[in-house]
Ligand binder design. Structure first.
Ligand SMILES: O=C(O)CCC(=O)C(=O)O
Length: 272
């Protein structure tokens, strides 16, 4: 559970870094699961039969971050991490919610040379939720350095409200990947960004309104991460906000005004 200091940091900054969330053995397990999914080996395919395809679509291209959404629905080890009481409970406590549900996950590989991910707020892409009381756990699968293109956050930006999206999300230019955050800065403040510098197994929990993004990978190895997005219990579905969504089947049967909870969006109660 988060300490008093971690809760305070989350409330003030919109993110909190945990130097070591998972042991090396868990990181190895996630990496193995990730590789299985990439090569099309699905140990437990939870998608509806009509959506079961053999291959998986990785978004992004050769010179950008490569990401794969909802791999928890394909592998039991990834499902176990995404729904773990310890991680989801930590998320629920930060949001001051009795429970959270897992509404998306992403495997995020960033090969050497790949372009910056522009600063953005996740909630700007989640019009389907009535509330921004949502949090992401971004798990480092490699040791994080600025050179390798680690994630950066803008402290306090979760208090700025919902701001415009960046022009280009995953192929931002090196000199303006912070542009969306800079354009939304409150008057007479300077842009500050804080890099996540943890070993593999470290993590950062950040609010859905916190600006975050990552610079180019200037290193020689691929930067790996697994991010899990949680919605607080107060979040309700807004079907009108599903226009851009590319995993619509997860919302089948859910009506506007209902909690974001079903077999694809498992709810985890906070142990407290
Ligand atoms: O890994 C990155 O560089 C971007 C991650 C991100 O935007 C997210 O997890 O919401």
């Amino acid at each position: 559970m988060p300490s008093h200091e971690q809760r305070r940091a989350f409330a003030a900054n919109g993110f909190v870094t945990v130097e070591r969330l998972l042991p090396d053995s868990e990181v190895t397990k996630i990496r193995s699961a990730m590789n299985r999914v990439y090569r099309g080996e699905f140990r437990h395919d939870r998608r509806p039969p009509a959506h079961r395809k053999t291959g998986v679509e990785r978004l992004g291209d050769d010179d950008s971050v490569s990401w794969l959404q909802n791999a928890r629905l394909l592998d039991p080890d990834l499902w176990a991490v995404a729904t773990s009481d310890a991680i989801a409970g930590f998320a629920a406590e930060l949001l001051e919610e009795p429970s959270v549900s897992v509404i998306e996950d992403q495997l995020l590989d960033k090969p050497p040379g790949s372009a910056p991910v522009a600063m953005h707020q996740d909630y700007a892409y989640w019009d389907f939720s009535s509330s921004a009381n949502m949090v992401t756990c971004w798990l480092a699968l490699s040791p994080m350095t600025v050179e390798i293109g680690t994630l950066h956050h803008v402290p306090g930006s979760h208090l700025w409200g919902l701001c415009p999206r960046p022009k280009s999300l995953v192929k931002a230019a090196d000199d303006d990947w912070c542009d969306a955050a800079r354009r939304s800065l409150p008057e007479s403040t300077e842009l500050e960004t804080v890099p996540v510098l943890t070993p593999a197994g470290g993590a950062v929990f950040f609010h859905a309104l916190t600006f975050h993004g990552s610079p180019r990978n200037l290193g020689t190895t691929t930067r790996g991460a697994f991010s899990i997005h949680y919605a607080g219990a107060e979040c309700r579905l807004e079907r009108d906000g599903l226009i851009d969504n590319n995993y619509l089947y997860c919302f089948d049967g859910l009506k506007t005004g209902e909690p974001l909870v079903n077999e694809y969006f498992p709810s985890i109660r906070c142990a407290r």
